[in-house]
Ligand binder design. Sequence first.
Ligand code: ADP
Length: 373
Amino acid sequence: MTDPIGATLGVVGGGQLGRMLAEAASPLGVEVVVLDPTPDCPASPPAADQLVADFDDEDALAELAARADVVTYEIELADEDALDSLDAPVHPSPESLAITGDKLAEKRALADAGLPVPDFAEVHTESGLEDAFDALGSPLMLKARRGGYDGRGNAVVGSIEEAVDYFGDLSGLIAEELVDFERELSTIGVRGANGVDAFPVVENVHEEEILRETLAPAPGDDASRDAARDVALDVLDVLSGRGVFGIELFQRGDEILVNEIAPRPHNSGHYTIEGTRTSQFEQHVRAVLGLPLGSTELREPAAMANLLGTGESRPADLAGAADALTVTDAHLHWYGKREVRPLRKMGHVTATADSTDTARERAKSAVDALEFR
Ligand code: ADP
């Protein structure tokens, strides 16, 4: 256990997750140093310092490790081998990053552990894709094993031609059955020094494969929430090291399938800042430093709506923030990104209420008040 007061947490990546991590670390007396190639990255204002360097820059990583009591990461692009050779504890383990950074390795690890996942197959060639169509049906979901995010690197394809159009070269892909799910659920699992826990199970609404809304708790009966929580706790056994893990699930009938895992705080856990007794960000700080975990209980129903970029890429100039704040119990989180791009995550709003429906209406009306000039 590291005493938090005066401890330094090194964070590889300085996007909005790093920003909210630094905001949560501050009251604990933990200083955050981030490593990110973009000067003035979103995490830079609340962080004590930023090292401006690429995520795999060995000298910068060594400096980060020398300054930090513990190193963590907020992006999957962090280099697991470089992290593994650092002279500081790294949490979650670089091995967890290696598993979750490769969609094929991840599905294999989950399937080997007996966890329910969509049927999948490795694809390298056109004939491999033919075999995948035979085994998994058509159309299927084809994904780049590495480097995809927010659905980029994923395509629903019904023919070899469509696959070649999208991916060009068919090497390094994973094919998955196209799951006809009722809804998408997720939870934030956590491993601390003294055990594991999971935040409430939430429902996520995606459009164009990008998260738009999170509803907490997931509406409906306890049975599906309990089943999802049980699967998520089992998923934690596949991963090593301390920290929070975003665990994305599909619900198909009574069945829960694991879609993917992020070894870091997750967009579907942003509601925890206002919605649960401890936020996912404070929990991550506590976990990686080996401190006692906080309660993951829901304070009250909550809903989160993402603020995504619209229109052309241009300097970010947001109108309506003051209006958004007139909505009862709605809280704006602006990430401070200098440039708005189509569908880029620019901020989010979380609203709380005595029902998830009302929280959803509030979050939506606050986000609808916002507009990029
Ligand atoms: P990323 O890593 O880019 O976030 P995911 O693999 O999580 O990509 O997929 C993004 C979204 O695409 C999911 O939230 C879901 O809506 C949809 N999706 C992913 N895999 C499947 C699948 N096998 N069947 C149906 N939909 C899927």
